[in-house]
Design a binder for this molecule. Structure first.
Ligand SMILES: Nc1ncnc2c1ncn2[C@@H]1O[C@H](COP(=O)(O)OP(=O)(O)OP(=O)(O)O)[C@@H](O)[C@H]1O
Ligand SMILES: [Mg+2]
Length: 456
Protein backbone atom coordinates (compact mmCIF):
# COMPACT_ATOMS: atom_id res chain seq x y z
CA UNK A 1 0.00 0.00 0.00
CA UNK A 2 1.26 3.47 -0.95
CA UNK A 3 0.52 6.24 1.54
CA UNK A 4 0.80 10.01 1.23
CA UNK A 5 0.76 12.23 4.32
CA UNK A 6 -0.33 15.81 3.73
CA UNK A 7 0.09 18.00 6.79
CA UNK A 8 1.78 21.37 7.38
CA UNK A 9 3.59 20.14 10.51
CA UNK A 10 6.97 18.88 9.35
CA UNK A 11 7.73 17.01 12.60
CA UNK A 12 4.45 15.19 12.39
CA UNK A 13 4.82 14.10 8.76
CA UNK A 14 8.41 12.91 9.08
CA UNK A 15 7.72 10.94 12.24
CA UNK A 16 4.67 9.30 10.72
CA UNK A 17 6.51 8.68 7.47
CA UNK A 18 9.29 6.89 9.31
CA UNK A 19 6.81 4.81 11.27
CA UNK A 20 4.92 3.77 8.12
CA UNK A 21 8.11 2.92 6.25
CA UNK A 22 9.19 0.76 9.17
CA UNK A 23 5.82 -0.99 9.03
CA UNK A 24 6.62 -1.98 5.47
CA UNK A 25 4.56 0.60 3.59
CA UNK A 26 5.67 2.99 0.92
CA UNK A 27 5.17 6.46 2.41
CA UNK A 28 5.53 10.01 1.08
CA UNK A 29 5.14 13.30 2.87
CA UNK A 30 4.03 16.73 1.78
CA UNK A 31 3.83 19.89 3.88
CA UNK A 32 2.12 22.04 1.28
CA UNK A 33 -1.00 21.55 -0.79
CA UNK A 34 0.94 22.10 -4.01
CA UNK A 35 3.44 19.34 -3.23
CA UNK A 36 0.59 17.13 -2.05
CA UNK A 37 -1.18 17.53 -5.39
CA UNK A 38 2.02 16.81 -7.31
CA UNK A 39 2.67 13.63 -5.34
CA UNK A 40 -0.92 12.47 -5.70
CA UNK A 41 -0.53 12.78 -9.45
CA UNK A 42 2.93 11.24 -9.75
CA UNK A 43 2.73 8.49 -7.12
CA UNK A 44 -0.96 7.59 -7.27
CA UNK A 45 -1.09 6.51 -3.62
CA UNK A 46 -3.82 4.17 -2.34
CA UNK A 47 -4.24 6.13 0.85
CA UNK A 48 -4.01 9.79 1.82
CA UNK A 49 -3.61 10.88 5.41
CA UNK A 50 -4.97 14.42 5.22
CA UNK A 51 -4.87 17.20 7.77
CA UNK A 52 -8.15 19.06 7.44
CA UNK A 53 -6.65 22.19 9.02
CA UNK A 54 -4.09 23.21 6.47
CA UNK A 55 -3.23 26.92 6.45
CA UNK A 56 -4.75 28.76 3.52
CA UNK A 57 -6.90 25.85 2.38
CA UNK A 58 -10.19 24.29 3.34
CA UNK A 59 -9.42 20.64 4.13
CA UNK A 60 -12.96 19.54 3.34
CA UNK A 61 -12.86 21.17 -0.10
CA UNK A 62 -9.55 19.46 -0.76
CA UNK A 63 -11.02 16.13 0.30
CA UNK A 64 -13.92 16.63 -2.13
CA UNK A 65 -11.51 17.55 -4.96
CA UNK A 66 -9.21 14.62 -4.34
CA UNK A 67 -12.04 12.09 -4.12
CA UNK A 68 -13.43 13.41 -7.38
CA UNK A 69 -10.09 13.31 -9.18
CA UNK A 70 -9.02 9.93 -7.75
CA UNK A 71 -12.17 7.92 -7.01
CA UNK A 72 -10.17 4.92 -5.79
CA UNK A 73 -8.16 6.98 -3.30
CA UNK A 74 -9.01 6.32 0.34
CA UNK A 75 -8.60 9.15 2.82
CA UNK A 76 -8.00 9.18 6.57
CA UNK A 77 -8.49 12.66 7.98
CA UNK A 78 -6.41 14.07 10.79
CA UNK A 79 -8.07 16.55 13.08
CA UNK A 80 -7.21 18.58 16.12
CA UNK A 81 -8.99 18.80 19.44
CA UNK A 82 -12.70 19.63 19.49
CA UNK A 83 -13.08 19.20 15.77
CA UNK A 84 -15.76 16.54 15.74
CA UNK A 85 -17.97 18.59 13.44
CA UNK A 86 -15.29 18.61 10.70
CA UNK A 87 -14.63 14.90 11.19
CA UNK A 88 -18.29 14.06 10.67
CA UNK A 89 -18.43 16.17 7.53
CA UNK A 90 -15.24 14.54 6.25
CA UNK A 91 -16.70 11.08 6.80
CA UNK A 92 -19.79 12.13 4.90
CA UNK A 93 -17.56 13.22 2.03
CA UNK A 94 -16.13 9.73 1.82
CA UNK A 95 -13.20 9.58 4.26
CA UNK A 96 -12.75 6.03 5.57
CA UNK A 97 -11.46 6.91 9.00
CA UNK A 98 -10.13 9.72 11.14
CA UNK A 99 -7.29 10.28 13.60
CA UNK A 100 -7.27 12.79 16.44
CA UNK A 101 -4.02 14.61 17.11
CA UNK A 102 -1.99 13.80 19.09
CA UNK A 103 -2.33 10.08 18.42
CA UNK A 104 -0.47 6.98 19.46
CA UNK A 105 1.19 4.67 16.95
CA UNK A 106 -1.34 2.07 17.96
CA UNK A 107 -4.19 4.28 16.71
CA UNK A 108 -2.60 4.79 13.30
CA UNK A 109 -1.84 1.07 13.05
CA UNK A 110 -5.46 0.15 13.67
CA UNK A 111 -6.70 2.77 11.23
CA UNK A 112 -4.32 1.48 8.57
CA UNK A 113 -5.40 -2.10 9.10
CA UNK A 114 -9.05 -1.16 8.76
CA UNK A 115 -8.34 0.80 5.62
CA UNK A 116 -6.24 -1.97 4.08
CA UNK A 117 -9.05 -4.43 4.70
CA UNK A 118 -11.53 -2.03 3.15
CA UNK A 119 -9.34 -1.51 0.09
CA UNK A 120 -8.85 -5.22 -0.45
CA UNK A 121 -12.57 -5.89 -0.08
CA UNK A 122 -13.29 -3.25 -2.65
CA UNK A 123 -10.78 -4.79 -4.98
CA UNK A 124 -12.47 -8.14 -4.55
CA UNK A 125 -15.85 -6.66 -5.31
CA UNK A 126 -14.40 -5.12 -8.46
CA UNK A 127 -12.86 -8.46 -9.48
CA UNK A 128 -16.12 -10.29 -8.92
CA UNK A 129 -18.04 -7.68 -10.87
CA UNK A 130 -15.59 -7.96 -13.69
CA UNK A 131 -15.67 -11.76 -13.84
CA UNK A 132 -19.44 -11.69 -13.65
CA UNK A 133 -19.70 -9.33 -16.54
CA UNK A 134 -17.21 -11.47 -18.47
CA UNK A 135 -19.21 -14.60 -17.72
CA UNK A 136 -22.47 -13.05 -18.76
CA UNK A 137 -20.83 -11.67 -21.86
CA UNK A 138 -19.46 -15.03 -22.91
CA UNK A 139 -22.77 -16.68 -22.07
CA UNK A 140 -24.54 -14.03 -24.07
CA UNK A 141 -22.34 -14.80 -27.04
CA UNK A 142 -23.03 -18.50 -26.80
CA UNK A 143 -26.76 -18.10 -26.77
CA UNK A 144 -28.31 -18.33 -30.16
CA UNK A 145 -30.22 -15.14 -30.65
CA UNK A 146 -30.49 -14.87 -34.36
CA UNK A 147 -33.63 -15.99 -36.05
CA UNK A 148 -32.94 -17.03 -39.59
CA UNK A 149 -35.67 -17.35 -42.17
CA UNK A 150 -37.49 -15.56 -44.96
CA UNK A 151 -40.74 -17.52 -45.19
CA UNK A 152 -44.02 -15.83 -44.35
CA UNK A 153 -44.39 -18.40 -41.57
CA UNK A 154 -41.21 -17.35 -39.75
CA UNK A 155 -41.89 -13.65 -40.40
CA UNK A 156 -45.19 -14.00 -38.60
CA UNK A 157 -43.40 -15.72 -35.71
CA UNK A 158 -40.89 -12.88 -35.54
CA UNK A 159 -43.61 -10.26 -35.57
CA UNK A 160 -45.44 -11.95 -32.71
CA UNK A 161 -42.17 -12.34 -30.81
CA UNK A 162 -41.55 -8.59 -31.07
CA UNK A 163 -45.06 -7.90 -29.81
CA UNK A 164 -44.34 -10.23 -26.90
CA UNK A 165 -41.11 -8.35 -26.21
CA UNK A 166 -42.98 -5.08 -26.11
CA UNK A 167 -45.67 -6.28 -23.71
CA UNK A 168 -43.25 -7.58 -21.18
CA UNK A 169 -45.79 -8.74 -18.59
CA UNK A 170 -47.92 -10.78 -20.98
CA UNK A 171 -47.63 -14.54 -20.75
CA UNK A 172 -46.67 -16.35 -23.90
CA UNK A 173 -47.32 -19.86 -25.15
CA UNK A 174 -45.02 -21.21 -27.85
CA UNK A 175 -45.96 -24.36 -29.73
CA UNK A 176 -44.18 -26.24 -32.47
CA UNK A 177 -42.62 -29.61 -33.22
CA UNK A 178 -39.34 -30.59 -31.67
CA UNK A 179 -36.41 -28.62 -33.04
CA UNK A 180 -38.44 -25.79 -34.56
CA UNK A 181 -36.76 -23.23 -32.33
CA UNK A 182 -39.15 -22.69 -29.42
CA UNK A 183 -36.44 -22.01 -26.85
CA UNK A 184 -34.68 -19.84 -29.39
CA UNK A 185 -37.79 -17.65 -29.74
CA UNK A 186 -38.27 -17.55 -25.97
CA UNK A 187 -34.74 -16.18 -25.54
CA UNK A 188 -35.21 -13.68 -28.34
CA UNK A 189 -38.36 -12.39 -26.61
CA UNK A 190 -36.57 -12.11 -23.28
CA UNK A 191 -33.50 -10.33 -24.64
CA UNK A 192 -35.59 -7.92 -26.71
CA UNK A 193 -37.77 -7.02 -23.72
CA UNK A 194 -37.26 -4.66 -20.81
CA UNK A 195 -36.50 -7.73 -18.71
CA UNK A 196 -33.28 -8.46 -20.58
CA UNK A 197 -31.02 -7.18 -17.80
CA UNK A 198 -32.42 -9.85 -15.51
CA UNK A 199 -32.43 -13.63 -15.65
CA UNK A 200 -33.84 -15.89 -18.31
CA UNK A 201 -34.57 -18.90 -16.14
CA UNK A 202 -35.26 -21.99 -18.26
CA UNK A 203 -36.95 -24.87 -16.49
CA UNK A 204 -37.94 -28.25 -17.83
CA UNK A 205 -40.18 -29.65 -15.15
CA UNK A 206 -39.77 -33.22 -16.38
CA UNK A 207 -36.08 -32.90 -15.47
CA UNK A 208 -36.91 -32.10 -11.83
CA UNK A 209 -37.48 -34.92 -9.34
CA UNK A 210 -41.19 -35.09 -8.63
CA UNK A 211 -40.86 -34.86 -4.86
CA UNK A 212 -38.73 -31.73 -5.16
CA UNK A 213 -40.91 -29.98 -7.73
CA UNK A 214 -42.75 -27.77 -5.29
CA UNK A 215 -39.67 -26.63 -3.43
CA UNK A 216 -37.74 -26.08 -6.67
CA UNK A 217 -40.52 -23.85 -8.01
CA UNK A 218 -41.56 -22.09 -4.82
CA UNK A 219 -38.46 -22.30 -2.66
CA UNK A 220 -38.37 -23.41 0.95
CA UNK A 221 -37.61 -22.40 4.47
CA UNK A 222 -34.67 -23.98 6.24
CA UNK A 223 -35.77 -27.12 8.08
CA UNK A 224 -39.17 -27.35 6.39
CA UNK A 225 -38.32 -30.91 5.31
CA UNK A 226 -35.36 -33.29 5.57
CA UNK A 227 -32.71 -31.95 3.26
CA UNK A 228 -33.83 -28.34 3.49
CA UNK A 229 -30.57 -27.29 5.10
CA UNK A 230 -30.91 -23.61 4.34
CA UNK A 231 -33.46 -21.11 3.07
CA UNK A 232 -33.79 -21.39 -0.66
CA UNK A 233 -35.33 -19.35 -3.43
CA UNK A 234 -37.44 -21.18 -6.00
CA UNK A 235 -37.59 -20.58 -9.75
CA UNK A 236 -40.36 -17.99 -9.39
CA UNK A 237 -38.17 -15.86 -7.14
CA UNK A 238 -35.00 -16.50 -9.13
CA UNK A 239 -36.82 -15.18 -12.19
CA UNK A 240 -37.81 -11.99 -10.34
CA UNK A 241 -37.85 -9.11 -12.88
CA UNK A 242 -36.80 -11.62 -15.53
CA UNK A 243 -38.42 -14.39 -17.55
CA UNK A 244 -39.40 -17.87 -16.44
CA UNK A 245 -39.30 -20.25 -19.40
CA UNK A 246 -41.40 -23.32 -18.69
CA UNK A 247 -40.30 -25.87 -21.24
CA UNK A 248 -42.47 -28.91 -21.93
CA UNK A 249 -45.32 -27.47 -19.91
CA UNK A 250 -47.44 -30.56 -20.64
CA UNK A 251 -45.01 -32.75 -18.69
CA UNK A 252 -45.75 -30.77 -15.57
CA UNK A 253 -47.99 -32.66 -13.11
CA UNK A 254 -51.53 -31.23 -13.04
CA UNK A 255 -51.31 -30.35 -9.35
CA UNK A 256 -48.25 -28.23 -10.01
CA UNK A 257 -49.94 -26.66 -13.03
CA UNK A 258 -52.69 -25.46 -10.68
CA UNK A 259 -50.12 -23.90 -8.34
CA UNK A 260 -48.25 -22.31 -11.21
CA UNK A 261 -51.50 -20.79 -12.43
CA UNK A 262 -52.10 -19.28 -9.00
CA UNK A 263 -48.59 -17.88 -8.87
CA UNK A 264 -49.07 -16.31 -12.30
CA UNK A 265 -52.39 -14.77 -11.30
CA UNK A 266 -51.32 -13.46 -7.93
CA UNK A 267 -47.67 -12.67 -8.70
CA UNK A 268 -47.00 -13.92 -5.20
CA UNK A 269 -45.59 -17.20 -4.03
CA UNK A 270 -45.21 -18.85 -0.65
CA UNK A 271 -42.07 -20.83 0.07
CA UNK A 272 -42.55 -24.36 1.41
CA UNK A 273 -42.62 -24.09 5.22
CA UNK A 274 -43.54 -20.40 5.22
CA UNK A 275 -46.93 -18.77 5.61
CA UNK A 276 -46.36 -15.22 4.40
CA UNK A 277 -46.36 -14.91 0.61
CA UNK A 278 -43.58 -13.04 -1.18
CA UNK A 279 -44.08 -10.87 -4.25
CA UNK A 280 -42.13 -11.63 -7.36
CA UNK A 281 -42.34 -10.03 -10.77
CA UNK A 282 -41.79 -12.69 -13.43
CA UNK A 283 -43.12 -13.26 -16.91
CA UNK A 284 -43.90 -16.78 -18.04
CA UNK A 285 -43.10 -18.09 -21.49
CA UNK A 286 -44.29 -21.68 -21.77
CA UNK A 287 -43.51 -24.11 -24.56
CA UNK A 288 -44.74 -27.47 -25.72
CA UNK A 289 -44.16 -29.63 -28.77
CA UNK A 290 -47.36 -31.57 -28.22
CA UNK A 291 -50.61 -30.93 -30.05
CA UNK A 292 -52.66 -28.59 -27.85
CA UNK A 293 -56.06 -30.10 -28.73
CA UNK A 294 -54.80 -33.55 -27.81
CA UNK A 295 -53.20 -32.23 -24.63
CA UNK A 296 -56.45 -30.73 -23.51
CA UNK A 297 -58.68 -33.61 -24.56
CA UNK A 298 -56.34 -36.04 -22.81
CA UNK A 299 -56.33 -33.70 -19.81
CA UNK A 300 -52.55 -33.32 -19.76
CA UNK A 301 -52.89 -29.59 -19.56
CA UNK A 302 -55.31 -27.71 -17.37
CA UNK A 303 -57.74 -25.69 -19.40
CA UNK A 304 -57.52 -22.70 -17.05
CA UNK A 305 -53.74 -22.60 -17.30
CA UNK A 306 -53.97 -22.95 -21.06
CA UNK A 307 -56.32 -19.96 -21.24
CA UNK A 308 -54.01 -17.96 -19.00
CA UNK A 309 -50.97 -18.68 -21.14
CA UNK A 310 -52.41 -18.38 -24.59
CA UNK A 311 -52.94 -14.59 -24.32
CA UNK A 312 -50.14 -14.55 -26.82
CA UNK A 313 -49.81 -17.79 -28.73
CA UNK A 314 -46.89 -18.25 -31.08
CA UNK A 315 -46.93 -21.33 -33.27
CA UNK A 316 -43.73 -22.15 -35.13
CA UNK A 317 -44.53 -24.12 -38.28
CA UNK A 318 -42.43 -27.22 -38.99
CA UNK A 319 -39.50 -26.67 -41.33
CA UNK A 320 -41.10 -28.77 -44.12
CA UNK A 321 -43.91 -26.20 -44.30
CA UNK A 322 -41.49 -23.35 -44.85
CA UNK A 323 -39.08 -24.72 -47.42
CA UNK A 324 -38.00 -21.17 -48.26
CA UNK A 325 -36.11 -21.06 -44.97
CA UNK A 326 -33.96 -24.08 -45.78
CA UNK A 327 -31.44 -22.29 -47.99
CA UNK A 328 -30.83 -19.32 -45.66
CA UNK A 329 -30.62 -21.63 -42.67
CA UNK A 330 -28.17 -23.90 -44.47
CA UNK A 331 -26.01 -20.91 -45.45
CA UNK A 332 -26.12 -19.61 -41.91
CA UNK A 333 -25.13 -22.92 -40.32
CA UNK A 334 -22.41 -23.52 -42.89
CA UNK A 335 -20.76 -20.15 -42.35
CA UNK A 336 -21.17 -20.27 -38.59
CA UNK A 337 -19.87 -23.82 -38.20
CA UNK A 338 -17.04 -23.35 -40.70
CA UNK A 339 -15.83 -20.44 -38.61
CA UNK A 340 -16.10 -22.58 -35.51
CA UNK A 341 -14.19 -25.44 -37.18
CA UNK A 342 -11.68 -23.01 -38.60
CA UNK A 343 -12.15 -24.08 -42.19
CA UNK A 344 -12.85 -22.37 -45.49
CA UNK A 345 -16.56 -21.95 -46.14
CA UNK A 346 -17.49 -24.56 -48.77
CA UNK A 347 -19.92 -24.01 -51.60
CA UNK A 348 -23.15 -25.97 -51.83
CA UNK A 349 -24.31 -27.75 -54.96
CA UNK A 350 -27.79 -26.83 -56.25
CA UNK A 351 -28.78 -30.43 -55.90
CA UNK A 352 -28.37 -30.22 -52.12
CA UNK A 353 -30.87 -27.39 -51.84
CA UNK A 354 -33.32 -29.07 -54.21
CA UNK A 355 -33.25 -32.36 -52.32
CA UNK A 356 -33.36 -30.77 -48.88
CA UNK A 357 -36.38 -28.75 -49.93
CA UNK A 358 -38.21 -32.01 -50.55
CA UNK A 359 -37.09 -33.62 -47.35
CA UNK A 360 -39.55 -33.90 -44.45
CA UNK A 361 -37.14 -32.86 -41.64
CA UNK A 362 -38.77 -34.71 -38.76
CA UNK A 363 -36.17 -33.10 -36.48
CA UNK A 364 -36.76 -29.66 -38.01
CA UNK A 365 -34.08 -26.95 -37.72
CA UNK A 366 -32.09 -28.96 -35.20
CA UNK A 367 -31.84 -31.81 -37.72
CA UNK A 368 -30.74 -29.43 -40.48
CA UNK A 369 -28.08 -28.04 -38.16
CA UNK A 370 -26.84 -31.51 -37.25
CA UNK A 371 -26.82 -32.66 -40.89
CA UNK A 372 -24.80 -29.57 -41.81
CA UNK A 373 -22.35 -30.12 -38.99
CA UNK A 374 -21.87 -33.73 -40.06
CA UNK A 375 -21.41 -32.80 -43.71
CA UNK A 376 -18.80 -30.19 -42.78
CA UNK A 377 -16.88 -32.63 -40.63
CA UNK A 378 -16.90 -35.49 -43.12
CA UNK A 379 -16.54 -33.68 -46.43
CA UNK A 380 -13.05 -32.67 -47.41
CA UNK A 381 -14.01 -31.05 -50.69
CA UNK A 382 -14.71 -27.40 -51.50
CA UNK A 383 -18.26 -28.19 -52.58
CA UNK A 384 -20.82 -29.93 -50.42
CA UNK A 385 -22.76 -32.56 -52.36
CA UNK A 386 -25.99 -34.31 -51.54
CA UNK A 387 -24.03 -37.46 -50.71
CA UNK A 388 -22.63 -35.55 -47.72
CA UNK A 389 -26.15 -35.34 -46.28
CA UNK A 390 -27.42 -38.76 -45.22
CA UNK A 391 -31.20 -38.41 -45.34
CA UNK A 392 -33.34 -41.27 -44.25
CA UNK A 393 -35.97 -42.67 -46.64
CA UNK A 394 -37.99 -44.05 -43.77
CA UNK A 395 -38.94 -40.55 -42.75
CA UNK A 396 -42.37 -39.39 -43.85
CA UNK A 397 -42.27 -37.59 -47.15
CA UNK A 398 -43.72 -34.17 -47.67
CA UNK A 399 -47.48 -34.25 -47.95
CA UNK A 400 -48.81 -34.00 -51.47
CA UNK A 401 -50.73 -30.79 -50.83
CA UNK A 402 -47.51 -28.97 -51.59
CA UNK A 403 -47.93 -28.00 -55.25
CA UNK A 404 -45.70 -30.01 -57.57
CA UNK A 405 -42.84 -28.09 -59.07
CA UNK A 406 -40.92 -28.54 -62.27
CA UNK A 407 -37.83 -29.21 -60.23
CA UNK A 408 -36.59 -32.51 -61.69
CA UNK A 409 -33.93 -33.36 -59.13
CA UNK A 410 -36.10 -32.60 -56.15
CA UNK A 411 -39.09 -34.44 -57.60
CA UNK A 412 -36.96 -37.41 -58.57
CA UNK A 413 -35.64 -37.89 -55.07
CA UNK A 414 -39.08 -37.39 -53.62
CA UNK A 415 -40.57 -39.96 -56.00
CA UNK A 416 -37.88 -42.45 -55.04
CA UNK A 417 -38.64 -41.96 -51.37
CA UNK A 418 -42.38 -42.24 -51.89
CA UNK A 419 -42.07 -45.39 -53.98
CA UNK A 420 -39.75 -46.97 -51.43
CA UNK A 421 -42.00 -46.09 -48.54
CA UNK A 422 -45.09 -47.37 -50.29
CA UNK A 423 -43.47 -50.72 -51.09
CA UNK A 424 -42.33 -51.24 -47.55
CA UNK A 425 -38.77 -50.42 -48.72
CA UNK A 426 -38.54 -53.34 -51.11
CA UNK A 427 -36.18 -52.22 -53.86
CA UNK A 428 -37.54 -54.74 -56.34
CA UNK A 429 -41.13 -53.55 -55.90
CA UNK A 430 -40.16 -49.88 -55.87
CA UNK A 431 -38.18 -50.26 -59.10
CA UNK A 432 -41.16 -51.98 -60.70
CA UNK A 433 -43.51 -49.24 -59.56
CA UNK A 434 -41.20 -46.57 -60.98
CA UNK A 435 -40.72 -48.47 -64.22
CA UNK A 436 -36.95 -48.67 -63.94
CA UNK A 437 -34.51 -51.50 -63.32
CA UNK A 438 -33.39 -52.34 -59.83
CA UNK A 439 -29.84 -51.29 -60.70
CA UNK A 440 -31.14 -47.95 -61.94
CA UNK A 441 -33.02 -47.51 -58.66
CA UNK A 442 -29.94 -48.34 -56.59
CA UNK A 443 -27.86 -45.89 -58.66
CA UNK A 444 -30.39 -43.15 -58.05
CA UNK A 445 -30.65 -43.95 -54.36
CA UNK A 446 -26.88 -43.57 -54.14
CA UNK A 447 -27.04 -40.32 -56.07
CA UNK A 448 -29.50 -38.81 -53.59
CA UNK A 449 -27.95 -40.58 -50.68
CA UNK A 450 -31.18 -42.27 -49.71
CA UNK A 451 -30.51 -44.69 -46.91
CA UNK A 452 -33.11 -47.27 -46.00
CA UNK A 453 -32.98 -47.93 -42.33
CA UNK A 454 -34.06 -51.41 -41.35
CA UNK A 455 -36.66 -51.04 -38.65
CA UNK A 456 -36.68 -53.23 -35.56
N1 LIG B 1 -34.97 -19.77 -37.20
C1 LIG B 1 -33.83 -20.22 -36.66
N2 LIG B 1 -32.68 -19.56 -36.91
C2 LIG B 1 -31.51 -20.00 -36.41
N3 LIG B 1 -31.39 -21.08 -35.62
C3 LIG B 1 -32.50 -21.76 -35.32
C4 LIG B 1 -33.78 -21.35 -35.81
N4 LIG B 1 -34.71 -22.22 -35.35
C5 LIG B 1 -34.05 -23.13 -34.61
N5 LIG B 1 -32.72 -22.86 -34.58
C6 LIG B 1 -31.70 -23.67 -33.91
O1 LIG B 1 -32.15 -25.02 -33.90
C7 LIG B 1 -31.82 -25.66 -32.67
C8 LIG B 1 -33.06 -26.15 -31.98
O2 LIG B 1 -33.83 -25.06 -31.50
P1 LIG B 1 -34.56 -25.08 -30.08
O3 LIG B 1 -33.76 -25.81 -29.06
O4 LIG B 1 -34.98 -23.70 -29.78
O5 LIG B 1 -35.82 -25.98 -30.47
P2 LIG B 1 -37.07 -26.42 -29.59
O6 LIG B 1 -38.28 -26.10 -30.38
O7 LIG B 1 -36.97 -25.86 -28.23
O8 LIG B 1 -36.87 -27.99 -29.58
P3 LIG B 1 -37.41 -29.09 -28.50
O9 LIG B 1 -38.91 -29.12 -28.60
O10 LIG B 1 -36.78 -30.36 -28.98
O11 LIG B 1 -36.93 -28.65 -27.16
C9 LIG B 1 -31.06 -24.64 -31.87
O12 LIG B 1 -29.67 -24.84 -32.11
C10 LIG B 1 -31.52 -23.32 -32.46
O13 LIG B 1 -30.57 -22.32 -32.26
MG1 LIG C 1 -36.58 -26.87 -26.40
Amino acid sequence: MKVLILDDEKIFTSELCEFLTKSGLQAFEANTVALGRALLESEKPDLLILDVRLPGADGLDLLKDFKAAYPDLEVIVVSGHGDMETVIRAMRLGAVDYLKKPFRHMDIKLALERTAKFISLQQRVRDVEETNSLISKSLGEKIERSLIGVSTGIMKVMELAMTAAEYNDTNVLITGESGTGKENIARIIHYASKRSEHLFCAVNSSAVTESLLESEFFGHKKGSFTGAISDKKGFFEIADKGTLFLDEIADMPLTLQAKVLRAIEERKITRVGETVPRSTDFRVIAATNADLDILISEKKMRLDLYHRLKTLHIHIPPLRERADDIEPLLDYFISKLSKQFNRIVPEVSDEVIAVLKQYAFPGNVRELRNLTERALILSKSKVLKISDFPLSATQPVISSDIPPTMDLIGNESELLRKALAECGFSQVKAAEMLGISRDALIRRMKKYNIVVKKSG
